[in-house]
Design a protein around this ligand. Structure first.
Ligand SMILES: Nc1ncnc2c1ncn2[C@@H]1O[C@H](COP(=O)(O)OP(=O)(O)OP(=O)(O)O)[C@@H](O)[C@H]1O
Length: 341
């Protein structure tokens, strides 16, 4: 478990003080993928660099597996950092070293015997899907392959946690998905805790279990990914969720369309988890004397299950409409009436 309490970082420049991280407290559980999302300047990079003290905190504490990072001496910190892997947006590889030698580097520094290094490096090369590329130099690799080297290097000393600093931001969408899949498989195979920062909601949706939203150095919202997606609270979170759900963008257009039709009830439904697989619309059409018109719908998978949004129009007698809505609520679907008949 990682416990971060009242973490603060103030940069003092000649002209001004910048409060980059402002009283952040978070608990990150063993084996989870925890995402921190925010717009540029929110304080994400500073936050993640504070965890392994690449930046010195102004105040606050960070405990990893009950060891207080903030109180460690330089020597203790050097040893602890071997157990905190990190990957970067621009990979930070050693360009004059081959794939093999890049991955071997942290093991050499840790004083591991050559024969053990060989076994470990070959195992890691296999794990990240780079078999056959051992003797290539970084310049001979694609962006996705470079990040695979970065991941293998970060895993060399069997870390307790992997920090990912915008690890997919320099990659195209398809390669991003491949790297995200690799991170999920590593998380599952090794039960490795992963903390990542990103400005892309897609990354959070695809691989994170929990998420914190940062704004002006503060965490403005935090929770299970599914909950945050379905019920975003802060304005910033709502904007991020809209980034991903085209339906939310189109809600204004839908509203115009809805207002044209004065005899129908218009409803927004949120299906969460196993409910996304339920044939609720055909159920209500059979069970009640209502006409159902499907206006728009989408379904999005997350690590913790799927969620779906559906806009429907219902026509029928008022008491039947009330019963239909009650039936859908009882089925565990969230119902929001956008326009009454
Ligand atoms: N070394 C520094 N000295 C002074 N101010 C800094 C320093 N590093 C970051 N800042 C400031 O701290 C704030 C947070 O920056 P940070 O890079 O952590 O945000 P971010 O969310 O990672 O943004 P980006 O995605 O653009 O990197 C910004 O106002 C930034 O200008």
């Amino acid at each position: 478990m990682i416990q971060i309490k009242n973490l603060k970082k103030i940069y003092q420049t000649k002209k001004q003080k910048v409060q980059a991280v402002d009283d952040v407290s978070l608990t990150i559980n063993q084996g989870e993928i925890f995402g921190v999302i925010g717009y540029s300047g929110a304080g994400k990079s500073t936050f993640i660099r504070l965890i392994n003290r690449l930046e010195e905190p102004t105040s606050g504490s960070i405990e990893i597996h009950e060891k207080e990072i903030t109180k460690m001496s330089a020597n203790e910190l050097r040893l602890k950092r071997q157990k905190i892997g990190m990957i970067f947006q621009h990979f930070n590889l050693l360009w004059s070293r081959t794939v093999y030698d890049n991955i071997a580097f942290p093991l050499e520094i840790a004083g591991v015997a050559k024969s053990e290094i060989k076994e470990k490096v070959m195992e890691l090369i296999h794990l990240v899907g780079l078999s056959g590329k051992e003797n290539n130099y970084p310049s001979q690799l694609s962006g996705g392959q470079k990040q695979r080297v970065g991941i293998a290097r970060a895993l060399a000393n069997d870390p307790e946690v992997l920090l990912c600093d915008e690890a997919t931001s320099a990659l195209d969408p398809e390669t991003t998905d491949d790297i995200l899949d690799l991170l999920v498989s590593i998380n599952q195979k090794l039960n490795l805790t992963i903390i990542l920062i990103t400005h892309e909601m897609h990354v959070i949706q695809k691989i994170c279990h929990r998420v914190a939203v940062m704004e002006n150095g503060k965490v403005v919202e935090e929770g299970d990914v599914l909950d945050v997606f379905v019920r975003p609270q802060s304005k910033t979170t709502k904007r991020f969720v809209q980034q991903l759900n085209p339906l939310e963008h189109q809600q204004d257009k839908l509203a115009e369309f809805i207002n044209d039709r004065d005899d129908s009830e218009v409803i927004k439904l949120h299906f969460i988890g196993k409910n996304t697989k339920r044939a609720l619309i055909s159920e209500i059409a059979k069970k009640f004397d209502v006409e159902v018109n499907i206006l728009q719908g989408s379904i999005s998978p997350t690590q913790e299950g799927s969620y779906g949004t559906l806009f429907i129009e219902l026509n029928g007698a008022n008491d039947v409409l009330t019963k239909t809505i009650e039936y859908m609520k009882q089925a565990g679907v969230e119902v929001e009436v956008l326009k009454h008949a």
